[in-house]
Design a protein around this ligand. Sequence first.
Ligand code: ADP
Length: 587
Amino acid sequence: MSKTKMPASLPDPIINENAKIVLARRYQKKDAEGIVYETVKELFWRVASAIAAEEAKYDGSSCKPATLARDFYDLMTSYSFLPNSPTLMNAGTGLGQLAACFVLPVADSIEDIFDAVKHAAMIHKSGGGTGFSFSRLRAKDSVVGSTGGVASGPLSFLRIFNCATEQIKQGGTRRGANMGILRVDHPDIMEFIKAKERDGELNNFNLSIGLTEAFMRAVEKNEEFDLMAPNSGQVVEKLNAREVFNLLVQKAWESGDPGIVFLDRINRDNPTPALGEIESTNPCGEQPLLPYEACNLGSINLGKCYAKGKNGHDSEVNWDELRRIIHLSVRFLDNVIDASVYPLSEITEMVGKNRKIGLGVMGWADLLFQLDIAYNSQTAVDLAERVMKFMRDEARSASKQLAAERGPFPAYAESVFGKANLGPYRNATTTTIAPTGTLSIIGGCSSGVEPLFALSFVRNVMDNDKLVESNPFFETALKQADAYSPKLMEEIAKVGTIRKMEHLPHDLRRVYVTAMDIEPIWHLKMQAAFQKYTDNAVSKTVNLPGSATREDIWDIYWKAYEYGCKGVTVYRDGSKTSQVLCTGDGD
Ligand code: ADP
């Protein structure tokens, strides 16, 4: 595919200081000695021109590659939209693996298990993250037919995956991240729930328990439920559902691990049940996928979609700008599928059938700051629904337009859309809300749909220099209120929040809230509001103070179920471990 040459008049991008460091370390191309030889401008042009070049192969295309390359360049360098890290790293290079999310099957034989280890290694090398369900593996101590010995069970194999991940440093880009899921009705469930109780154990995995509707009903009624042997389908044991749920809550209270996912709900939203059942998500939980499926993500920076009202009043979301960005981003992500070279033919085939993309948002907290709306308010929750409904409607309309130009996704006829005569669409799913761990650093915005962690904090820089860094919207608001001083910023940096600073204007303290200031219920309401209009899932952590009780976590888990979330992750301040790193430079 021929790429458009970089025009001489192309403007230089403006890059924030943290982005400079992250981009140079992980994204710009380096020679054999590790010396960066690509400028940031060249990086964004490499990506823009490679993705735009895909346009040439569609006769019915309404866009010219050269014009589109410039549109994509402007889209990224205005930080209105950024594609997931592997696209930024690999597009237009020999590597060409552009997706962040993969799910691989793990079948119940030694050959299949070690095939999955090998395939995961290949994916990690290319910068992608992998999710697996271990539910098909026979339970520990069950008989192995061919040898007469006993099986070692899902957990022992999971440790092999963990160890393999440890050894692959992803070709100098980032260390691997994995999701491991076990169905709640697997006989080894109690051991699995406790798998990460020792610090550092399975450090390359996030673990989640796959909860079923039958299990949730048993919890509600305080009844027993069946554990079934995956290889025979026979009931091997019965457990009290509340005891299992209690253990889940206890472990999440201790360390945040494991999380939970609602498997039946995920499968209710499976757009192509004829192609199989969804058993797992990607590492951070936002992308449920079929075995051998991959998905590329991209995120729109909502902080850029703000329209100042006349006389400084009635500020609003800039809906026209948001629509423009969505349509261009959907085209971008659909082209990424074609530009991507997948490490396995099975993946190429599955991706080719469904053409899933995951367009999401970041900078949500920044948008709320600009609109003077507190994150922990019904106004914010209502706006979240409005924004996400708009995102989904416009993304689907863009996907429809692409289907008219290029044809629907090949599995369309057998999909739920095809059967109901909706569409046709170019993509089986269009929306996902990613954590945007690194993208938000590059974009200089708040991450995903999360509130800020701190309004101001101290960053250690080289030679032990300390730099106080603060949210730009917060700094501006302080200046406007005549409350700014370097000394105040240092004080805020010590605690991160202004909740208790009663000398500051009330309105500032209402709007500029941080993750820890927010009652857990608002975290959950926000997640549910975005989930309502997201095809795939929402990456979100419910932050809890150190003083939170087990009952609080029980309550959150139960409400997540009632509110229609697809899963939930909690983190109690000061508890033992956090999640597998998906942020910063990934190690
Ligand atoms: P980014 O901001 O780098 O694009 P996100 O933080 O939004 O990435 O994560 C999106 C997805 O990318 C994750 O759910 C996971 O599938 C994959 N991912 C993130 N970090 C890593 C990592 N260190 N190694 C492998 N995959 C990762």
